[in-house]
Structure formats: C-alpha cells, structure tokens
Design a binder for this molecule. Structure first.
Ligand code: ZN
Length: 141
C-alpha cells in the first residue's frame, strides 16, 4: 500500500526496465509496479499476456495480471503499487485509464494507486497517483 502524502521514488534500474520494455514497439504495452512498502518502486513486471493491444489501446488481461500481482505480493515483502503503460504520442491519462484505475482502487480498497504513462514518441515516463476523487502528477522527466 502507498503511504498518503509521501513522495514516490523509482529505482533507476526499474525506470530503465520500464523504458526499455515500453519503448521497443509502437503497439501499446504495459505492466505492473510494486513497492518495498516504503513508497519506493522496486519491481516492474511486464504484461506479456495481453495480446489484443493496438497502436491506440492497451487492454490488459485482468485475470492474468491479478495472478501476477497475487504471486508477487504473497510473501509480504512487496506491495502492489499500480500500472504503467505506453501511449503513442502523449503522456496524459485517458478517461479509460482513470476509470480503470478507479475500478481497481475500489476493488482492492487501497487509498491510492499509481498509473504511469510512457510516451513512446517522446520517450517520457510520467507517473500519476490516483485517489478515488483526485489525480496528482508525481514525476515528469
Ligand atoms: Zn492509456
């Protein structure tokens, strides 16, 4: 779970992994991110199972992602923080992205989740923290 009101950090190794996985295709792709319990993102697991992605949409296989998340957090050392996915030429959240994260938020009863958007064209990763009623931009680099 993400502590409220505290900065989120991303290990540079993980940031590089996210960039590398999401930038090698024009097809939208994504994955899930985990923290160490201290608001630091320490793990990225690419979603290799969602095959109905196109140049304009990333549609996660939610059943497979749930399995990945449950397996990763099962030993209590890592915590589910949210999602990252690519967009072809902007790093803004779409209405669908916001609706999806809000749905997950209410299902897992977490106070907030991260949704990262990687702009394929500009090679920029932007992180947003989504609360049930609010969106906060975390990093932009
Ligand atoms: Zn999106």
């Amino acid at each position: 779970m993400l502590a409220l009101g505290r900065k989120i950090r991303v290990l540079s190794k993980i940031s590089a992994e996210i960039h590398s996985f999401l930038s090698d295709s024009i097809i939208e792709k994504g994955g899930v991110i985990f923290t160490n319990g201290d608001n630091t993102i320490v793990k990225f697991t690419p979603d290799l199972y969602s095959c109905n992605c196109t140049e304009t949409s990333y549609t996660p296989d939610t059943k497979k992602l749930s399995e990945i998340i449950n397996n990763t957090v099962s030993d209590g050392k890592l915590f589910f923080a949210g999602f990252v996915h690519s967009h072809p030429n902007n790093s803004n959240l779409s209405d669908e992205d916001i609706a999806y994260v809000r749905k997950v938020l209410s299902a897992i009863q977490s106070p907030s989740l991260i949704c990262g958007i990687f702009d394929i064209t500009k090679n920029i990763l932007k992180l947003y923290r989504i609360y049930p009623y609010k969106i906060e931009v975390l990093t932009c680099h």
